[in-house]
Design a protein around this ligand. Structure first.
Ligand code: ZN
Ligand code: ZN
Length: 243
């Protein structure tokens, strides 16, 4: 996908698409450095270094976070989820920014857990079978089956064709569908007021990355959230609630 053209076609999404590109660059660099991350005495500081270099942020900006991680004895490689829940008290950081930052800094560690194998399933409790976080994106396969995709570790696994992964509601009358002009859809659960997005093969062929499709369909999040539905996990640029 030619992202420059994508921005030309959707100038209102220039900022999230540009941010998406930066996030992908940062993640690719972390994947390339995977061996160093695994071997590092302080892997969190190492990832913070990559993040600061890609986003052009002065190195020392997040040293308070690295200190917190080592003080709390958190091992980000075995337990990336615990990074998401570090308490941060920083006067210039709002709750949303904090969550976004922790999502972005923990994501390379989640991706180290990723498993590309058949037969993984979100059906037991709606959570990612690899990292345990909740999904917000799915795809419908050519065989008309549903796969959910974890935004944290990017593992993919089977799910019910119609169903809500948050409350496990599977009664189709209480699940509504909204489509955008490209037929990217949101599935709204009337029982727990959550939603997930889903896309089809043709969208994936066109855009390559389900998480990019999640970004270009941000207007669907806006409409859905205005109706009072919640997104339970962030998109790849770390945004769950749109304000
Ligand atoms: Zn996961
Ligand atoms: Zn539900």
């Amino acid at each position: 996908m030619d992202v420059k053209r994508l921005i030309q076609e959707r100038p209102h999404l220039e900022s999230p698409i540009s941010f998406y590109l930066k996030v992908r660059e940062y993640l690719q660099r972390c994947v390339k450095e995977e061996e160093s991350i695994q071997k590092e005495g302080n892997p969190f500081s190492f990832v913070v270094g990559v993040f600061c270099s890609v986003f052009d942020i002065p190195e020392g900006t997040f040293s308070f976070l690295s200190e917190e991680v080592s003080e709390k004895g958190i091992d980000p490689i075995t337990s990336p989820s615990s990074l998401l829940r570090i308490p941060i008290y920083h006067e210039n950081l709002k709750e949303d920014d904090k969550n976004r930052l922790l999502f972005l800094l923990s994501k390379p560690f989640f991706m180290l857990l990723k498993k590309d194998k058949e037969g993984l399933s979100f059906m037991e409790n709606g959570r990612c079978p690899v990292c345990g976080e909740v999904p917000s994106v799915g795809r419908i396969t050519a065989e008309n089956r549903k796969k959910l995709i974890c935004t944290f570790c990017e593992t993919e696994g089977d799910f019910y064709r119609i169903g809500c992964p948050y409350c496990m509601n599977r009664e189709s009358p209480s699940i509504d569908i909204l489509l955008d002009e490209e037929e990217i859809r949101v599935e709204l659960c009337g029982r727990c007021k959550s939603y997930i997005k889903s896309m089809r093969e043709e969208h994936l062929k066109k855009y390559d990355d389900p998480h990019l499709i999640d970004i270009i369909s941000l207007p669907l999040d806006i409409v859905t959230q205005k109706r009072g539905y919640k997104r339970r996990s962030p998109n790849i640029i770390g945004i769950a609630e749109i304000k």
